[in-house]
Design a protein around this ligand. Structure first.
Ligand code: IMP
Length: 196
């Protein structure tokens, strides 16, 4: 007998992210976005950590709308910069969230620095029934000396994952989706859901 898909709200306004995660989770789950549940207000992301922001978004939806839900927050953490931009990754060079300006600032802050070790970290906050858990996905690598490649988004042209010589932007989606922080976190999330 076919069982009904389980509905989960993904606390994002980004339909691309929702599609990507729905594909990984498969047909057992129906993924709704914030606009699908009529939540059009901007949810504040004022916490001092990725974990805090992910929880803020998921709790907001659970408290106001009552749905089982999850949210995701990602940051780039550079060792030589004490973990920056971290929670400020999207707005590193200002409120316009401009990836070109963000990468330019990052490269200039690392000018002359040899130690360029960095990681992308994704945190997924899950509020399902009475359960509240945080799931993490990490992709280690280093910051390139200059931008390379045209694929991907955000900081992809300056991030070289461990085991490769090309940037995420040069490697393309197929490789990136095997090894990225978000792919790893989402796969862990899928396995966690299956054991509920
Ligand atoms: P968000 O949490 O997905 O909104 O991402 C926060 C910031 O990290 C944004 O500036 C994104 O461009 C950047 N970012 C997140 N994931 C990636 C990635 O896979 N590649 C490059 N940049 C990313």
């Amino acid at each position: 007998m076919m069982t009904q898909p389980r509905t989960l709200v993904f606390a994002t306004q980004n339909p691309h992210k929702a599609r990507e995660i729905a594909q990984i989770l498969g047909p057992e789950y129906r993924i709704l976005t914030l606009s699908d549940i009529g939540c059009i207000e901007e949810i504040e992301e004022s916490a001092a950590s990725l974990e805090g922001n992910a929880l803020l978004k998921a709790r907001y939806v659970k408290e106001r709308y009552g749905h089982d839900c999850f949210s995701e927050d990602t940051g780039l953490e550079v060792e030589a910069l004490g973990g920056a931009p971290g929670v400020h990754t999207a707005r590193y060079a200002g409120e316009s969230k401009d990836p070109e300006a963000n990468m330019a600032l990052l490269l200039s802050n690392l000018a002359g620095v040899n130690h360029r070790r960095a990681r992308f970290r994704t945190v997924i906050a899950c509020l399902i029934g009475e359960r509240e858990v945080l799931i993490e996905g990490v992709c280690w690598g280093h910051i390139a000396s200059e931008k390379r490649g045209t694929g991907g988004f955000g900081y992809d042209p300056v991030f070289i994952p461990d085991g490769y010589e090309q940037t995420f932007a040069e490697l393309g989606e197929a490789v990136k989706n095997q090894i990225s922080h978000r792919a790893l976190a989402t796969e862990k999330f899928r396995r966690w859901l299956q054991h509920l």
